[in-house]
Design a protein around this ligand. Structure first.
Ligand SMILES: NC(=O)c1ccc[n+]([C@@H]2O[C@H](COP(=O)([O-])OP(=O)(O)OC[C@H]3O[C@@H](n4cnc5c(N)ncnc54)[C@H](OP(=O)(O)O)[C@@H]3O)[C@@H](O)[C@H]2O)c1
Length: 336
């Protein structure tokens, strides 16, 4: 193949917030598939907060990207050459093939997707990893029931927007916490959340007192930090807390001392559980089926933040780290 494969690699490990200097764009020849392999042309790349963890070599649940290695990331793409009988030319697939134009797979880390089932990029958002995170975190970890008061932080983001909408489907009262008027207007007017709290401008304690007079039954925590501290002060009896992410801490080298919250958990007899979406891999097909039905029925809406061009992935990722994305952040790499 006579084309160039652009790859975004990790040039250095960040110290605090990542910068453009932590990434390097390199150009290679497009590889050819060996026996059992598939060559995939990436069309969309998903940018997600977990990638900040892969840039660091601190101990975590997954190995870091090595210096000089291609940045890890999920893509949706088209098979352009195949030596694997399970995949044929033109098939659309989703998988972790990294920040690059073309990726090779042995077929184990990609799955075929149906391009007629909806927009291809949704397989990286509401019908992909973030949607599944919302689904299992809310239903299995928070174990919500009709009538529960549910609070979700980073509420307009890829995970948060789905959390709030599933909670509404389950007949819960939903309070979304997000930064800025546009995001608050979106979750309340477009997505039907009952209340939106702008943590950048409002007094969180006063807003939570007003919106959760009987306390918070379930908290889906995407951010940690001061937002989580405030929600902990409003827990209801037997509250459940799902620790999904800690956006407020990812770029801080020395987090403020924690464990200030445990007294509130004691008083409310609350339960807190961390989870990773891959804990539920065996039930993903069932989760995806339900999410797809809700999207088809118009019960779950979605908002994407689409940036054109693989070369813009580093600057878009820096925007995500600063909380400047609005909806699921996706890079469009090539035309469908
Ligand atoms: N456990 C799992 O398996 C799993 C899987 C996927 C994602 N996650 C986690 O889920 C969370 C949300 O991920 P996502 O993909 O849906 O991202 P996202 O919400 O689309 O984007 C991140 C959002 O976090 C908010 N934020 C950024 N810095 C913040 C800060 N210092 N304090 C408070 N909020 C801040 C920003 O929204 P505002 O403008 O509203 O502040 C930003 O838009 C992340 O923590 C991620 O790591 C976990």
């Amino acid at each position: 193949m006579n084309q160039v494969n652009r790859r975004i690699t990790l040039a250095s490990r960040p110290d605090g917030y990542p910068t453009a200097a932590n990434f390097k764009l390199v150009e290679d020849e497009v590889p050819s598939p060996g026996p059992g392999q598939v060559l995939v042309r990436a069309l969309y790349l998903s940018l997600d907060p977990y990638m900040r963890g892969r840039m660091s070599d601190a101990k975590s649940y997954a190995a870091p990207v090595p210096i000089g290695g291609v940045m890890e990331g999920g893509i949706v793409g088209r098979v352009v050459a195949s030596e694997n009988p399970k995949f044929k030319l033109g098939d659309h697939v989703e998988g972790r093939l990294g920040w690059q134009d073309f990726g090779l797979s042995d077929g184990r880390n990609i799955r075929t997707i149906d391009p007629k089932a909806g927009k291809l990029s949704l397989n990286l958002g509401v019908l992909g990893m973030p949607g599944l995170t919302a689904y299992f975190g809310l239903l299995d970890v928070c174990r919500v029931h009709a009538g529960d008061t549910v609070v979700v932080s980073a509420a307009s983001g890829a995970v948060g927007q789905v959390v709030g909408q599933i909670a509404k489907i389950m007949d819960c009262k939903v309070i979304g916490i997000a930064g800025g008027k546009a995001k608050i207007d979106y979750i309340t007017h477009e997505l039907g959340f009952d209340v939106g709290i702008d943590y950048k401008f409002e007094d969180l304690d006063a807003a939570l007192d007003k919106s959760c007079p009987d306390g918070v039954d379930a908290y889906f925590d995407n951010v940690g930090g001061k937002v989580a501290d405030a929600v902990f002060r409003h827990l209801a009896y037997k509250a459940r807390i799902a620790i999904c992410g800690q956006m407020a801490l990812y770029n801080v080298d020395t987090p403020e001392p924690g464990s200030r919250n445990l007294r509130f958990m004691l008083v409310s007899r609350a339960k807190m559980e961390g989870f990773i979406v891959s804990d539920f891999t065996d039930r993903w097909p069932m989760g995806l089926k339900r999410l797809a039905r809700w999207v088809r029925e118009g019960k779950i809406k979605y908002r994407e933040d689409v940036v054109e061009g693989l070369e813009n992935a580093p600057s878009a990722f820096l925007r995500l780290m600063r909380g400047e994305n609005f909806g699921k952040l996706v890079i469009k790499i090539a035309d469908e």
